[in-house]
Design a protein around this ligand. Structure first.
Ligand code: ADP
Ligand code: MG
Length: 390
């Protein structure tokens, strides 16, 4: 892949379509992902791009029961509308932002974009409101491409998925990458050169389907894979343990019986919420049908930290528990505390809620020299798994 930034002359006077990742939690006071888009947007404004059309996504409308087909959107969902970003972006980029709330398949779209004079920055509605996005549909991309002269991909965190706004569209317009995308690639490549040995991968969070496949790619490339968070529930359930009312994925884990569990390390105890609404610490084998597993137990936390101590290079994506509730953020917080005080090992951390937990629990990590914080979670793991040779 030829990763190129556009030059000033390639964007001057042009209508630039840019794919961003705006998924930034309200509790991420640092807004790491939003800030990471700023350099490219400033570059476009300064070098007189005529209009900047922002494409982005929010959440997963296809798996939300409140999404419905309306007004030429396939999956409209008020809660996942990007309209809230109009004010945020306009403050961040110090320029007025217009939010175009209609579908790209509406007559209003043609009419609006046919006008001679357009605002400097236009934000389109959530790209995942269209089935064409996830299907990498060329006709969907064609519709978007009619309003731009060039395309810039500044959404590193989506690079592990082939979607219309990072793949199909590049077949239709001269395409480039943004500053942050290139910075991610440069930093991740640098980390790999220095830290090929004694790698461990820690994966938590909730996107089981997304992440299991990527985790498997590390089996021959790392010493251990530690699994926590919601993902661990699916694994221990597959191993025959009760998980009660915990979050898990119905989909079977591919080739589960062939996995090497000397390498894949599963939790041995948990902090659960029981049917009376009280919290309890339980071993794997003691989970009851009404319990909800929401955090790792103390033995597992200690075990995970011991694995970290034995390694030199640690990749971590996904919170180890339900961090939205303070009672269940202990595992995530303990690991962050360890990292915060460790100057000896190399760390690469990334992911939406992972950034959020760093911002809330240990913000000094953003500035720590031996830690690279990536805007991508699944994307970061995917990129590294492709590049690592063992
Ligand atoms: P990231 O964005 O960092 O890649 P994910 O999106 O995969 O992470 O998952 C983050 C979410 O996982 C958080 O909102 C957190 O509450 C949830 N989570 C972690 N552990 C559990 C658990 N045991 N039960 C339910 N949800 C969990
Ligand atoms: Mg997330």
């Amino acid at each position: 892949m030829d990763l190129k930034l556009p030059t000033a002359s390639q964007i001057k006077g042009k209508r630039v379509i840019i794919r961003l990742d705006l998924n930034s939690q309200e509790t991420d006071k640092i807004h790491y992902r939003l800030l990471s888009t700023q350099k490219t947007i400033s570059f476009l404004l300064k070098n007189k791009a005529k209009t900047i059309v922002v494409l982005a996504h929010l959440g997963r409308p296809e798996s939300d029961k409140h999404s419905f087909k309306i007004n030429q959107f396939d999956l409209y969902n008020e809660k996942l509308s990007l309209k809230i970003f109009k004010g945020i972006l306009s403050k961040l980029f110090k320029t007025k932002v217009f939010f175009f709330k209609y579908s790209i398949f509406s007559d209003k779209f043609d009419k609006y974009f046919n006008a001679k004079k357009l605002p400097r920055i236009i934000l389109l509605e959530n790209m995942r409101f269209y089935l064409g996005e996830d299907n990498n549909d060329i006709n969907f991309a064609k519709r978007l491409s009619t309003i731009g002269d060039v395309f810039i991909d500044e959404a590193f965190s989506v690079c592990h998925r082939k979607v219309a706004t990072n793949t199909a569209i590049t077949k239709l317009l001269p395409s480039f990458f943004g500053f942050n995308y290139l910075l991610e690639v440069k930093n991740l490549d640098k980390v790999l050169e220095k830290s090929k040995n004694d790698l461990i991968v820690i994966v938590g969070g909730a996107k089981i389907k997304d992440k299991t496949e990527i985790i498997m790619k590390f089996i021959n490339k790392s010493s251990y894979i530690l699994i926590g968070g919601g993902i661990a529930n699916s694994f221990i359930r597959a191993a025959g343990f009760e998980v009660g009312r915990s979050y898990f994925d119905e989909m079977p884990i591919p080739n589960f019986n062939k996995l090497d569990f000397n390498k894949i390390i599963l939790p041995i105890d948990f902090k659960v919420l029981d049917s009376n609404g009280s919290t309890k610490y339980k071993m794997n084998s003691d989970i009851s049908t009404t319990d909800r597993i929401l955090d790792l137990g103390n033995l597992t936390i200690q075990q995970f930290i011991n694995y970290v101590k034995k390694s030199k290079f640690i990749l971590w994506n996904g919170p180890l528990g339900y961090i939205e509730d303070e009672r269940f953020s202990i595992a995530t917080k303990s690991l962050l505390e360890f990292i915060k005080n460790d100057k000896n090992r190399k760390y690469v951390l990334g992911g939406g809620e992972t950034l959020d937990s760093i911002a809330q629990m240990a913000p000094s990590i953003f500035k720590q020299k031996n830690v690279f914080v990536s805007t991508g979670g699944g994307a970061m793991l995917w990129y590294l798994s492709k590049k690592l040779k063992n």
